[in-house]
Design a protein. Structure first.
Length: 128
């Protein structure tokens, strides 16, 4: 898998400010799965996503196959690698979700910051 080194500042800003992200994973046959709409957060120069339903979610399970896919958010679209995040980043990702989506019901925020959801935290890394 070939990856570029970083997102551009414009891409980080656009994706980071987007309310939602469309995500599709690459299947074994090389075709993309159906797009799913999920939440996305930015931490510094990195972009993170996670499954509110934890590892049992269909879209999350499909990312495990080839660990590659395509995203669209804030006018940015591109191919990405799905990189499992280190557990150490989860508290910061939780805080980013609380800050960005705190205007939603507390139960929704609790779900996206639960240990089950945190276990699915992935960094989106641009692919060439």
């Amino acid at each position: 898998m070939t990856t570029t080194t970083t997102w551009t500042d414009d891409e980080l800003d656009s994706i980071g400010h987007a309310e939602e992200l469309e995500i599709a994973s690459l299947r074994r046959d090389g075709n993309l799965s159906s797009q799913r709409t999920i939440w996305v957060v930015r931490l510094g120069d990195d972009i993170y996503v996670r499954s509110v339903n934890g590892p049992r979610s269909d879209w999350y399970r499909s990312t495990r196959v080839r660990r590659e896919g395509r995203i669209q958010a804030g006018g940015v679209s591109g191919d990405v690698a799905f990189v499992d995040a280190d557990e150490e980043i989860n508290e910061a990702v939780d805080a980013a979700y609380r800050t960005k989506y705190g205007h939603y019901a507390a139960s929704i925020i609790q779900a996206i910051t639960s240990p089950e959801a945190s276990s699915t935290t992935m960094q989106l890394v641009p692919r060439a």
